[in-house]
Design a protein. Sequence first.
Length: 225
Amino acid sequence: MKDFSILVVDDEERMRKLVKDFLKAKGYAIMEAEDGEMAIDVFEQNKTKIGLILLDVMMPKLDGWSVLRQIRQTSKVPIIMLTARAEEQDELFGFELGVDEYISKPFSPKILVARVEAILNRTYGDEEKTKDHNGIVIDEAGRTVSVDGKLIELSLREYELLKYLVDNENVALSRDKILNNVWNYDYYGDSRTIDSHIKKIRHKLGKKGKYIKTMRGVGYKFETK
């Protein structure tokens, strides 16, 4: 659960430090932003590394509601709003925009940490079955693949082939080995069927398709570097 960072967004340095110190004590890596515009920049540059956002409502340049709207256009990352106001109408508005939780200021840092961990457990409880490879996320439980947050459609064989390559990241795999492990030992077809499946997978992965490297004279290798 702690392989990602928590983005703390608040224009008060004292508040950011308070939150950061308590979360760091629990082993979480922290990123910071002091206003809404910086929050958007930090998130866009670290989209695959941020697992949760603590977002203040009242901030200069861009308020929390505006930040929330922009992030929700491309991501479902859990967001906890930190607000000095606890009015019902505001909370309902936030939930409509996609807020996961509200915490009103002033708050107990220990309660904040407890809320954070509850949401992380709820969101990433089966994280061992969900693997993120630089924007390519494979959900083993649901047998789905998404690229930068967008689901892509793969046939069963394409899914199994991609998963086999990803599970053996940075390892050059021969066509025979791929056939034996993905198509099973009783497959007697032409190994060129692998090439056609790889071509389809690369196309569906878009720009991320470049991670599937052709190893001349050998086969293929999945590599994100």
